[in-house]
Design a binder for this molecule. Structure first.
Ligand code: SF4
Length: 335
């Protein structure tokens, strides 16, 4: 696409015409509440819309505003986030709510610079709130828009490099209309989500194909080489006594959540009662769980949890699955 002003105007018209008939009806598009928009934007980082929807509704019911989130315990916040992954997002949301309550009287500042001082709020999130809550005309660059722009302008720079990011933000700003940036940015996102999809885009159905420079769009966008997947083996204990399970408060990967107690060394001949594999960022983790007898002493950060109270505490999905599986397979014998 040649970005002359006339082309830009035609591009916007074609895109917005398509958007009028094809837009996704998403709940966070029906509100101007900065809190609800912030929650949706944070949940959507690294997570698909379909996975986010049930969490979004449940979260707003439990924590309808900054004040209720700021007052909530970390335990409750992590439990509501449980299953969405990347739990630092939940902790940051709660920390941001607490700062807003103490420093800004619970009101979200309409000032972009202040927004970016809140934990977990970077350029994209601050701009998204400015656009969707306060009607500002500022550009947005997220995964869908990055892919669309990389193809429209045939950008060969890796989109996750600093030079690539600078270029994308420049292009997004150059295309932006001075009014109704909410509609325009949503239209670009929906084009990326529905037509200019990753892998093989649907160019035959694309409303802006006449503006697109990509000759081999399926090869775009280019990304930096990922560090190779690392394999880890982690061993944990399953200890149960009188319908109570021994759990450990995690201080590392799942900070603030409860996991099966970690085991240091395990004899090579020991047979695990459970084996599974789960991904975590660029790791592939083999989870081994061994039956252990109660040693009569609680270690640091450990506590007993009644099996019927497990739903009340935050447990990361891989460990929750193990517990559910073991309890369902060996209910009587183990307890
Ligand atoms: Fe994407 Fe194809 Fe449309 Fe270009 S023509 S923007 S590659 S869907």
């Amino acid at each position: 696409m040649n970005a002359s002003q006339q082309d830009v105007r035609k591009f916007r018209s074609a895109l917005l015409r398509w958007y009028r008939h094809n837009r996704r009806d998403l709940p966070w598009r029906r509100t101007r509440d900065p809190y609800a928009i912030l929650v949706s934007e944070v949940m959507l980082q690294q997570t698909q819309v379909t996975a986010v929807l049930p969490y979004y509704y449940r979260w707003l019911q439990k924590f309808p505003d900054f004040a209720s989130l700021g007052r909530a315990s970390e335990n409750d916040v992590l439990r509501m986030w449980q299953g969405l992954g990347y739990y630092a997002r939940a902790r940051n949301l709660r920390a941001a709510a607490q700062i807003l309550a103490t420093r800004y009287g619970g009101i979200f500042p309409a000032d972009l610079a202040a927004d970016r001082e809140l934990p977990g709020i970077g350029r994209y999130t601050a701009n998204a709130i400015a656009v969707f809550a306060f009607g500002r005309s500022v550009p947005l660059v997220e995964a869908n828009i990055s892919r669309v722009l990389a193809r429209l302008f045939e950008i060969k720079l890796p989109i996750d490099s600093s030079a690539g990011r600078v270029r994308l933000w420049q292009l997004a700003a150059a295309l932006l209309p001075s009014r109704r940036a909410d509609r325009f940015n949503s239209a670009l996102m929906d084009l990326g989500a529905l037509v200019c999809i990753s892998g093989k885009p649907r160019c035959g159905a694309c409303p802006v194909s006449g503006f697109c420079r990509a000759r081999s769009p399926e090869l775009l966008p280019v990304k930096r080489k990922r560090s190779p997947m690392r394999r880890l083996v982690e061993s944990h204990a399953f200890v149960i006594k009188q319908n109570r399970i021994l759990l450990e408060h995690c201080s590392q990967r799942w900070r603030g959540m409860w996991i099966l107690p970690r085991l240091g060394s395990v004899p090579a001949i020991a047979r695990p009662m459970h084996t599974s594999v789960f991904p975590f960022t660029n790791h592939r983790i083999k989870l081994l769980v061994f039956r252990r007898r109660w040693q009569g002493r609680l270690a640091h950060r450990q506590r007993w949890v009644r099996t019927h109270s497990l739903d009340a505490i935050p447990i990361p999905s891989p460990h929750r699955r193990v517990i559910a599986e073991i309890l369902s397979v060996f209910p009587g014998r183990l307890r």
